[in-house]
Design a protein around this ligand. Sequence first.
Ligand code: NDP
Ligand code: MG
Length: 400
Amino acid sequence: MNLIERLNLNFAKPTKSLILLGATGSIGTTTLEYLRRIKTIKLKAISVHQSTHNLNKIIEEFQVEQVAITDEESYDRYIKNNQNSRIKFFRGSEGLVELIKNSDADTVLTAVVGAVGIRATIEAIKHNKKICLANKETLIVAGDLILEHLKVSRSPVIPVDSEHNAAFQLLFNQNPENINKLILTASGGPLRDKSVDEIKKITKQEVLNHPTWKMGQKITVDSAGLINKGLEIIEAHYLFGFSYDHLDVRIHKESYVHALIQLKDGSYMLSTSPPNMIFPIAHALHFPEPLPYTLKESQEPEEWPALKFYPVDENKYPGFTLCLKAGRRGLSAPLVLNASNEVAVELFLQDKVHFMDIPKIIQDAMENIPLVEITNLDLLLQEDQKTREFVYDKYNRVLI
Ligand code: NDP
Ligand code: MG
């Protein structure tokens, strides 16, 4: 199946009205910044989790009509202190699904972090909305289910993750027969120049100090161990239908080239832009039309850094190897990988486990939780919960 059929691209239209899930995050904030510039896209609905302090400002500025507050305590506190009859509010993760059901916006941009966005994304697909997909965990956990839902929907999917958006632009209108492999780039994160011994002593602050991208905490931790890149390989597998033998990664410290395709004749095509999420966000919102103007962040080629590429040293990044294993194993392995990683990262951020423990925790979960075929959403949520409990029960007590 070609990309156009696979991702329902024949039904894609430029976004006119938007639901932004995760409006307070890194991607959410960059999206708001872009909407301020473009002014032709109406922001109709947003979701936030706990960051309600900025909510009134966003509501007023964009004249938002509907708001989901997914953290229930934050919802209760906010509603107690704020009366606004013009706005419809929704509560909790169920509220995220209700928000989609009740909105007539044509597009959903999923910028929540973690696997929480799955039900909302499936609901959006059922309502034939255009999906601008930033949240990678959705596809990693529920890739097969999402693809099944897409087959009976007119919902186009445009990736926002920078490497996948770049790959999408390279692959769109390419004959798949022409392509040898797809390569995603990785900056290598803040630990790329450190030895394995140095990484053993790494601090949380060093892990959170990404050299090229400004992102949320979870993806920054994922990037430091190259788990983000491993997750992205699984994401690329589901988005573009490439087998794992035809997907590859190169370290590219400058983060200027985001994806490369090698054609059958051995030549390469690559997609490049400065490391700023405004490029993929804007592309996805306007697709299938081109942007109406040149983004001010664009740089002339003479301003680019020298472009270098290196293979991944898997000894340094055991989490990356585990991701590839989970992808190749299939069944619920990517789900177990993702859920155990989400909990491990949370425990790391709470100083309960060391950075080096993250891949060990994932490996433990992958070795001990039996794999199943994910045939429906209930089973998926059950397996996801089972994995999270396994990790919490075993590691939440550990204090370094
Ligand atoms: P952030 O941590 O910056 O933001 C996360 C957003 O999700 C916030 O709005 C937050 O709300 C909300 N949120 C947090 N927890 C929950 C929850 N349990 N239920 C519902 N909403 C929740 O993340 P990023 O913007 O960095 O990343 C978002 C997604 O995009 C991730 O899947 C990431 O992998 C992907 N991505 C991000 C990139 C980037 O450059 N940042 C690049 C490519 C992909 P609140 O602030 O109110 O707590
Ligand atoms: Mg990425």
